[in-house]
Design a binder for this molecule. Structure first.
Ligand code: NAG
Ligand code: NAG
Ligand code: NAG
Length: 318
């Protein structure tokens, strides 16, 4: 009898321990439990001026400042996407007399891929690269590299856009709306996210631990698929970037900087123009948008051709 009782208690304890472990690992991954116990205060901060620029675009910003600098986060293997962008919306052009240039942001891989990128950079002169290791978790470093580049090399530009390599950008409509908006300082726009919460599910791509971000809510930020700001903001964000908590989600990190600077997000237009999702293509629809997401290189080429062909055509009123 006593022996059996002990056995039951033992099983009960095992179940208790296992379910505790499950609960803990649901909220914190194993590596985090380790870093939690071994961490030193302030190990994760953003360092300004860290790393060296390896590749810089060929341009004299002071002499001939562009109206808009578009910066595209990209990785080494996305060569098709970069080529499609160079042939479509990223081709240097003037819209209503305003010059637009597009550059790609890359890190390093410590493999022979780096040589390929160096050659690509020498050929197209449109790559900004620093010596941090490329990867999804270093996206904040990538965006901050672009912001640092504007701060150091091109503060004379009027506007800056940050986008991704699988995004369609209607630079015609964007330029038109920016001119119409007539805001030149402390202006930040995109797809506004005013009420976002950290995702605590470890299986999500956007999982953020309580250790990395202990607060309940994110500050207002714009979806990283495409946001646009007056270039004075680049220097201001760069300036405060060491004073806000570091987070690997680049768009949230920029949001933290904006909150510190008390810069409020604004809509570019009375209708939605930034789409963080996929949209079904029609030239009339795409004439009146700024961004849409999940566009493959081949789609980009056909969409762009159709858009340019129809620029002067009338569309039915919506
Ligand atoms: C980010 O870059 C730094 C500097 O190169 C590197 O030490 C680190 O391992 C990288 N992190 C990730 C997750 O790739
Ligand atoms: C743009 O804004 C400035 C002041 O902010 C104003 O003087 C100017 O008239 C505006 N231009 C247009 C076209 O609305
Ligand atoms: C940078 O921040 C300091 C205070 O933290 C401020 O005095 C300075 O004006 C700022 N510079 C820029 C360019 O915003």
């Amino acid at each position: 009898m006593v022996y059996q009782k002990i056995k039951i208690i033992r099983v009960f304890i095992i179940i208790l321990v296992v379910s505790c472990l499950c609960l803990i690992t649901y909220n914190m991954s194993l590596t985090e439990i380790c870093t939690f116990w071994t961490r030193k205060e302030g190990t994760v901060v953003f360092k300004k001026n860290s790393g060296n620029f390896l590749q810089l675009p060929d341009m004299d910003c002071k002499k001939n400042p562009p109206f808009l600098v578009v910066m595209v986060t990209s990785s080494h293997n996305q060569i098709k996407a970069r080529m499609a962008i160079r042939e479509t919306w990223g081709k240097e052009r003037s819209v209503k007399g305003k010059r637009i240039v597009t550059y790609f942001l890359l890190g390093i891989t410590n493999s022979k891929d780096d040589d390929v990128v160096t050659q690509e950079s020498q050929k197209y002169r449109d790559i900004i690269q620093k010596d941090f290791l490329d990867g999804y978790f270093n996206l904040t470093l990538k965006t901050m590299m672009g912001i640092e580049w504007v701060h150091h090399f091109c503060p004379q530009s009027d506007f800056v856009m940050k986008t991704d390599s699988d995004v369609f950008v209607n630079v015609y409509y964007l330029t038109e709306l920016l001119i119409r908006k007539n805001r030149t300082t402390r202006f930040f726009t995109g797809f506004l996210k005013m009420n976002e919460f950290p995702i605590r599910n470890i299986f999500s791509k956007w999982y953020v631990s309580k250790y990395e971000y202990p607060w309940k809510k994110y500050p207002p930020f714009c979806s990283g698929t495409g946001y646009v700001f007056s270039s004075d903001i680049a220097s201001e964000v760069y300036n405060v970037s060491e004073e806000v908590p570091f987070i690997k989600l680049e768009d949230v990190f920029v949001g933290l900087c904006l909150a510190e600077l008390k810069i409020e997000l604004q809509e570019l237009h009375s209708e939605q123009t930034f789409f963080p999702n996929r949209l079904k293509f029609s030239s009339c629809r795409f004439k009146k948008i700024v961004t849409c997401h999940f566009v493959k290189p081949v789609e980009l080429l056909t969409y762009w051709k159709a858009l340019e062909r129809s620029l002067d055509e009338k569309c039915p009123a919506v």
